[in-house]
Design a protein around this ligand. Sequence first.
Ligand code: SAM
Ligand code: CA
Length: 218
Amino acid sequence: MKYLKFDDQLNQYISKHNNQDDDLLKELRELTYQKTGRRMMISPDQAQFFRTLLALIKPKKILEIGVFTGYSSTVMARSVPDDTRIVACDISEEWTAIAKEFWIKANIDHKISLRLGNANQTLSDLIDSDNISTFDMAFIDADKISYDSYFEKAYQLLKPGGTIIIDNVLWKGTVADPERIDDDITALRQLNDKLAADPRVQSTLLPIGDGMLMIAKL
Ligand code: SAM
Ligand code: CA
């Protein structure tokens, strides 16, 4: 067999082995659904990917684009030393209020600097204020229409050898179905096509969660 078939049984097996979430993270996931009615955060097995990645690359400066209620930022902040800083961008005061509550509860709030506003503007402000080539890692997980712009700005902010992770690039598999067309699918397809052929980076499409691109800035 050339490819693995991800049926429910295999997915459950993988999820069971790729889950280190504790009670605080379980509480955050449950409370998020109660308060927002949405499940927009990365999955526990994606969280485990980040724990492993962060243990490898030991970043000092991380950029997160798309905070929501703080699940991914809490996982990241708990996986880095005390002097690592996360610049966390989101436009929603309501959702990030829940994030702030959990950052305090997890005793990681000193590692995270929240930038409320349109992330396109926040990234331009970072570029204009001496942050070019200073970040070790970026995680892009906000509105899909702006992904290309977020990538280009994050690329400028990243050090050579730095990593960009982009979430939801398989968009429930729709990117591979020529009959499915909408603005999000088109934006994701164009970005996947561009990065597969971009000489500035090495990138890999990983079938974890809803699909993640793992990119190295050369
Ligand atoms: N990374 C989070 C996690 O895994 O826990 C989930 C992020 S959620 C999928 C996307 C977030 O992007 C939402 O919280 C939304 O408010 C934010 N967002 C949408 N458009 C934005 C924009 N233009 N600028 C900044 N944030 C935006
Ligand atoms: Ca996502």
